[in-house]
Design a protein around this ligand. Sequence first.
Ligand code: 6PG
Length: 253
Amino acid sequence: MSITSRETVQVFPDSAALTRAAARDFVALAKATVTEHGVFSVALSGGSTPKRLFTLLADDSQGELAAPWEHIHCFFGDERHVPPDHADSNFRMANESLLSRVNIPTANIHRIRAENPDAATAAAEYEADLRAFFTPRNLVRDGFPRFDLILLGMGPDGHTASLFPGSSALGEKERWMVSTWVEKFKTHRITLTYPAINHAAKIALFVAGADKAPMIHEVLVQYKDAPRYPVQFVRPVDGEKLWLLDAAANASA
Ligand code: 6PG
């Protein structure tokens, strides 16, 4: 296997321009992948920037941003430990902004059953769901799923998905999905692990807003060669890592 990993940074004047570019990229990649392989797998993220992307994809799903939804499978990179109708649920956000508004078959929506009172069981069940999708389609590489696209955000503390600084989840080498206690929110989260993320063909990291500028400076400039924050260990083994920033987040980079 040829190992070709690329990391690119794109900066947009504002979050509207970022969202528009991300939506065009999403649709172009989905179309090309469906044409080539018949199916497109994407892991969705929580967060405010993905929400704007989801809304735009749905708003224009009959126009320029029409995507082959009948062949797109939507997964989740992480989930809060709440039922699907809870205000904090990533599934609820994606469903309301996008999934309920486009022509995607119900069977193509793969949510994390985070209503399970035991977060570890919810993670194990979701890993089994992922294996049931990726294994028969021959989309497992070195023991990990090869998503076509994983969408991620970054918190001001440098977390991504639900991989928070200091979490035991950061050291996971074998499982695809784990539960993790997040002390700052006093709750469990359910998240993809690094090896599961890093085997994706493409990882898009959305970061917008001035509150992210200090951490963007740390991860892309100050500690670029001496990584210390969770988002910096997102490193595709054979794929592309694309940062999409707005000018405010990039202000001091
Ligand atoms: C979540 C996300 C999380 C998010 C970042 C950035 O479930 O909240 O997966 O990792 O992407 O916290 O969120 P914002 O885009 O809202 O700043």
